[in-house]
Design a protein around this ligand. Structure first.
Ligand SMILES: [Zn+2]
Length: 454
């Protein structure tokens, strides 16, 4: 850990406490609690989850007609919940169902904050959560970012998706003040022209932040740009990446461009819950935010899978009493690491491994079977520096357009080699390869390697 500079110390011990008091948020106390609880043994953390889960379920049954009906249909009495496995008796909640049933899920009279998913995978979902839940989310984020050395007040540059426009001037001012005090600078990672990337590099050169926090794939692109043009002029910074997958081949790029070995920290979250799991300094899987969320890895019928098996990530938010989300299907895939294998860092928080792409990334084969979009990543990763970026789009008629941005080692044989290696997976599906200069990100700043038109 780097020594704390004067401003960071001033912010942490004086400005932040004052600012949080002005805004009436107990984030610091919550963070202090989380800093201690993370080292409790996994069984104690689970016992804590069961208590909070029972409270949430009883609350939902009392105040939400939607859940009351659900529990009754399943013959489920929330007051009698004894273990996390008891949750299996409740049906899974899809995003579409949550979207449809919102009015009946919101607990009347609760103060509400509102957010919306980016809609990358369909229609945006506008959901509500309580101010108390927001404090938990922020405290969980601060703890996880702290593992990477991004303590409150440390200088950070965010290479992040374009922010929503604040609803009014007061809110915009509050956000600007918040960021200035925290020394956070935001750059729009959806802008990926050469001039934009150069501007981002200039900011890093000038500010030399402790930490660069970015959308994974956009940051990898920035990293490639830095390496290609030999632009690195800064001492190692930490890199926290999120919002998109980090592929094994991405880590060395980020380390070489910005940091040093061991300086890249993967996080996994979504807008509905914020941080679900984060990597610690031991870099052995991602620790779950157990004090705030119950995460289950399940099969398509909602049954828990044994540790180590890849399944759907299903989340229950323990503190969003305003609009309970119980067994909400995230559409991401991952595996749980065994509870018995403790992380070298000593934390008792259970871990996820094998974070895999979204479930929607299944291409339709000619015989109706699904082909995981990840095959493109694996095959293209095997080409080293020959391909910089790619995107595979499956059209409605089944054919696949594969767009490639050539890398420094690109040569004429790449396309043939790719066809050859992809053939066993794609079978009869027609494949058209297009060599292009750029692949524009989505308006949200995210990149999708695999797009399936439906
Ligand atoms: Zn750890």
């Amino acid at each position: 850990m780097q020594p704390m500079d004067t401003y960071t110390a001033l912010y942490r011990h004086l400005l932040w406490p004052l600012w949080e008091a002005v805004r009436g948020r107990p984030t610091r106390a919550r963070l202090a609690y989380l800093e201690r609880s993370q080292f409790r043994p996994p069984e104690e953390l689970e016992a804590l989850q069961i208590g909070k889960l029972r409270r949430l379920l009883v609350h939902a049954a009392t105040h939400s007609p939607f859940y009351r009906r659900r529990f009754r249909a399943a013959g489920f009495d929330p007051a009698r919940l004894r273990s996390l496995e008891d949750l299996e008796r409740l049906p899974l909640l899809s995003r579409e169902e949550a979207q449809r049933s919102q009015a009946e899920m919101i607990v009347p009279g609760s103060p509400l904050l509102e957010k919306s998913t980016s809609g990358t995978t369909g229609q945006p979902f506008r959901f509500r959560y309580s101010p108390d839940s927001e404090v938990w989310r922020q405290a969980i984020k601060l703890r996880a970012y702290g593992w990477a050395g991004a303590v409150p007040g440390a200088k950070t540059v965010h290479f992040w998706g374009p922010a929503a426009v604040p609803p009014n001037r007061t809110k915009a001012l509050k956000i600007a003040l918040d960021r200035a005090l925290r020394r956070e600078l935001y750059l729009d990672c959806a802008r990926q022209g050469e001039a934009d990337l150069q501007a981002a590099v200039d900011v890093l050169r000038r500010l030399r932040p402790t930490c660069l926090i970015g959308f994974t794939q956009a940051t990898v692109q920035l990293g490639r740009f830095v390496l290609r043009h030999g632009l690195r002029s800064w001492p190692p910074m930490r890199v926290i990446c999120g919002a998109e997958r980090l592929f094994p081949q991405d880590r060395p790029v980020l380390e070489a461009a910005f940091g040093a070995p061991g300086s890249v920290f993967e996080t996994y979250g979504c807008r509905e819950f914020m941080l679900i799991a984060s990597e610690c300094e031991a870099h052995q899987g991602l620790h779950l935010s157990m004090e705030n969320l119950v995460v289950e890895i399940v099969d398509e019928r909602g049954r828990r899978l044994p540790d180590g098996e890849v399944g759907q990530v299903v989340v229950t938010d323990l503190h969003n009493l305003a609009m309970p989300l119980i067994r909400y299907v995230t559409s991401d895939l991952a595996a749980a690491m065994p509870a018995s294998a403790r992380c070298a860092c000593g934390r008792g928080l259970r871990r996820l491994s094998h974070l895999e792409g979204r479930q929607q990334d299944l291409l339709r084969g000619r015989d109706g079977r699904g082909i995981p979009g990840i095959v493109f990543n694996s095959v293209i990763a095997g080409l080293g520096g020959k391909v910089d970026q790619f995107q595979a789009v499956q059209r409605r008629d089944g054919r696949i357009d594969l767009f490639l941005v050539p890398g420094p080692d690109y040569d004429e044989r790449v396309v043939e080699g790719l066809r050859h290696r992809l053939a066993p997976y794609l079978g009869e599906l027609p494949l058209h390869v297009h060599v292009v200069h750029t692949i524009p990100p989505l308006p949200s700043g995210k990149r999708r390697h695999v797009v399936i038109e439906r």
